[in-house]
Design a protein around this ligand. Structure first.
Ligand code: F0G
Length: 482
């Protein structure tokens, strides 16, 4: 977003795009929302899109495409093998990242599946700054374990630190000494660290961490799914990088890694994924997994139309006007709620605004899923769908006890260019109302609990009749139609 000054009004985030196609939204009456939430087992993943007024579940595959992305779809070259679209995609990624070999895959977790399947043996360790749900599940499924070595300060929810996704270099050295380099399958750094609030890693930290890995012969892997936000923050917050272009920063980061993978549902604003492999021999070792699990090597399960769109999306990621939209709206939302006394994860990161649920509903015990309860309450009180990112998103310990998440958050994702500033103001208003009525929110318990990734499809029920009381208070303030 351009730095445009205002004359007579307080400055607000100013969009550097205009809207050309819209989708009508419906706000169901409160009573109806209660019924839909009950049907969804108090799990926002199980709501239907038509139940929802503002869908802030994720930015995955739901960012608004540009006119150039849409028009590029028309020239998609459909072929089972040898699609020209694939070669254009490969060329664009090679131009941006300086890595020649691309393995296409249908989405980010497919890339994680293949990387883990090939490199993780039972008992192996994978070093991460922080885990992502699917990236950890693939490692543990194969008998490996994840060491999350983010700096302690990254888990402090209220902070002013610019790079809370940074990995702790002393912990990295200690972990290598303890595990032995041979037992470490790879080091995975996640740009725009998702589960701690979309917080970035600095270039300096990525360089230092990958230098240590290289010293010990450990493979370095970048999860670039949220790279676009991270690039924006490096340019803005890292003093030594402020005169570099986004293109230069992208290349400097890429040069640090042996493998770069991404969910193109985020990076590139399309729907797909890919793995870039530096070494030709390693690329050939991984090829078979694509043909076995994804599709032929020139589409990997993706639609060629989406591939054409994302080629444009990759290039648009180099434009500060484009990549700043999300972080600037998020910052606006986080600052407003913070100033109203709502416990937020600060500073605002990429991806979304994150509410510190542990503090918001401090009366709900971790075993009754504070963030899960809060996210359900927010749907009831406003039709806003967020995502639980806390204990409910964890898997139980082997003895069946809850694995209490180190951070308990509700994420309000900002799909890029989808919501306007007035809609953002509505969200701020409803979150503040809920905060002032937080004593009415109660806990949840499972009635159907899947073993793996339970947050996606599990069903829950309230531990008391708190949803009824909450809706009654809401109707008293806003009326039945809101
Ligand atoms: N890595 C990161 C950092 C992610 O945020 C995601 C997805 C993935 C990998 C997996 O990619 O969905 O294409 O299979 N994050 C989504 C989210 C689901 O809502 O944050 P995928």
């Amino acid at each position: 977003m351009a730095d445009i000054k205002f004359y007579s009004r307080p400055a607000v985030p100013l969009e550097m795009h205009k809207v050309k196609i819209v989708q009508k939204l419906t706000l169901l009456p409160s009573e109806e929302r209660l019924k839909r939430m009950e049907n969804a087992g108090f799990n926002t993943f199980l709501l239907h899109n038509g139940d929802i007024f503002m869908d802030m579940l994720t930015d995955s595959g739901v960012n608004a495409m540009s006119d150039n992305m849409q028009s590029a779809m028309l020239r998609a070259d459909d072929a089972y093998a040898g699609s020209e679209t694939f070669y254009r995609m490969n060329d664009k990624l090679t131009e941006l990242f300086g890595i020649k070999h691309l393995l296409p895959a249908h989405q980010g977790r497919a890339c994680e599946h293949i990387i883990a399947q090939h490199f993780v043996k039972p008992g192996n360790c994978v070093i991460m700054n922080y885990h992502f749900t699917t990236s950890k599940a693939h490692v543990t499924r194969l008998g490996g374990h994840v060491e999350e070595l983010v700096k302690d300060e990254g888990l402090v929810t209220k902070s002013t630190l610019p790079f809370k996704g940074n990995i702790d270099l002393d912990k990295v050295r200690a972990c290598i000494a303890k595990e032995g380099a041979d037992n470490i399958a790879y080091m995975r750094l996640e740009a725009g660290t998702n589960l701690i609030g979309g917080q970035p890693i600095s270039y300096e930290n990525m360089k230092a961490a990958t230098d240590i890995a290289r010293e010990h012969g450990i493979l370095t892997v970048l999860d670039a799914s949220l790279l676009q936000d991270n690039l924006y923050f490096i340019k803005l917050r890292e003093e030594s990088m402020k005169d570099k272009s986004i293109r230069e920063i992208t290349r400097m980061i890429a040069d640090l890694f042996d493998i770069i993978y991404f969910s193109a549902r985020k990076f590139g604003f399309g729907r797909g994924g890919g793995i870039l492999v530096r070494e030709e021999a390693m690329f050939h070792e991984l090829e078979d997994y694509i043909t076995m699990f994804e599709g032929f090597l020139t589409y990997g399960g993706m639609s060629v139309k989406e591939m054409e769109a994302m080629i444009v999306g990759f290039e648009e990621t180099m434009d500060m006007d484009i990549i700043s939209q999300g972080p600037i709206f998020i910052d606006h939302c986080v600052r407003a709620l913070d100033s109203l006394g709502v416990p937020m994860v600060t500073p605002g990161g990429g991806l979304g605004a994150h509410i510190n649920a542990r503090e918001f509903v401090s009366h709900i015990p971790s075993e009754e899923y504070p963030a899960g309860s809060l996210v359900a309450a927010l749907y009831l009180c406003g039709g806003i769908r967020g995502m639980e990112r806390g204990t409910l998103s964890e898997e139980r310990n082997p003895d069946g006890s809850e694995h209490i998440a180190s951070v308990e958050m509700v994420r309000l994702a900002f799909p890029r260019r989808v919501f306007t500033l007035s809609q953002t103001e509505y969200v701020i208003d409803r979150v503040k109302w809920l905060y002032d009525h937080r004593h009415l929110i109660g806990g949840l318990r499972f009635v159907h609990e899947p073993k793996t990734l339970r947050f996606f499809t599990g069903k829950l029920e309230p531990v008391s009749d708190w949803p009824r009381k909450l809706i009654d208070a809401y109707i008293a303030d806003f009326g039945e139609e809101c």
